[in-house]
Design a binder for this molecule. Sequence first.
Ligand SMILES: *Cc1c(COP(=O)(O)O)cnc(C)c1O
Length: 381
Amino acid sequence: MYCENNIKRSWVEIDLEQLKKNYLIYKENLPQNSKIVAVVKADAYGHGDVKISKTLMKLGVDYFAVSNLEEAKRLRKNNIKGEILILGYTPIEYMQEIIEYDITQTLVSEEYAELILSTKLCIKCQFAIDTGMNRIGLNANDIDYCEKIIKKYHSLLNLNGIFTHLCVADSNKKEDEEFTQLQISKFENIANRIKDLRLPYIHFSNSAGGMFYVKETSIVRLGIILYGIAPNISTTLPNGICPILSWKSVLSMIKCVDKGESIGYGRTYIADKKRWIATIPTGYADGYCRKFSNIGYVLIRGYKVPIVGQICMDQMMVDITNLVVNEKKELSIGEEVILIGRSQNEEIEVNKMANQIGTIGYEIVSGISKRVARIYKKNEG
Ligand SMILES: *Cc1c(COP(=O)(O)O)cnc(C)c1O
């Protein structure tokens, strides 16, 4: 599905060995017999869902979570076994396919469950419980209602679980910790009310929840940390968990501009002196956010090099003057550039990058577009 011709233009390298390590280290930190549901939505946060899922399947992962039917079908068509849960809404027109591909559908509300019922198909499903995120699910504040609805649809559909979602589990602010505890206790109250149904899948944790709130054997929906990225910039990950993705490109042209010359659209950068400028064939259509214009940087031979001018759709320019003049480096076409990842002692970290433009690491990696090739490395190095 990725554009293979883009190898040596703009590509990401994904280290599947490191993925395995991340999974095993995270699991090691959970209480014994805990289960991990691998969250591979949004093409495994841009890492490629099929490859990621296959690698995890070999480690014994038998439960995957995605965001929509297309993603679920792609996994099935590529021989991913086990359970696949769609975490959100699927239009009821597609319920036949939910059955055909043996997918578990989230019930986002009573109204939605009723619509599914009207299809007369016995859908495998789980109820979302809203404990404070106010996104989807039955309102956990009304325990009697939740109990009634869960029991009703348990008898009418193939309901095998309930889950909630934590919205500040990654924060260590006191009020956020209290909010998370409250979410968990609301969820547990409901889980207790429906104990007699013996539902096999009762789960509340995302990556951060699993790290900070899981105290006994549990099911964790593990997303961002699988990929070696912390849920936010101030979270420290367990030792040994590292990013599995590097984004690379090359220099396509090098030139010198005189003092006073401008670079790129809008002439937002004006050279203050004679400067060496290099062009990189990666732009915002590759998912490299235009907000990095004039503030981002890339790595060349272990040196930080600033982006100058506006990032274009397919290209960007960087100032390599220091490398050429001070470091006496001779750079030429095809020189490798690191957009995300490590180069000698320097690293461009996803969360730091995200922080620069007021977003989160999740958005940076899941935004890397399909035309950027994905290369999978089985071995380290
Ligand atoms: C995305 C998502 C997750 C995974 O969250 P991470 O922070 O990436 O671990 C878990 N549960 C639900 C419902 C999600 O939407």
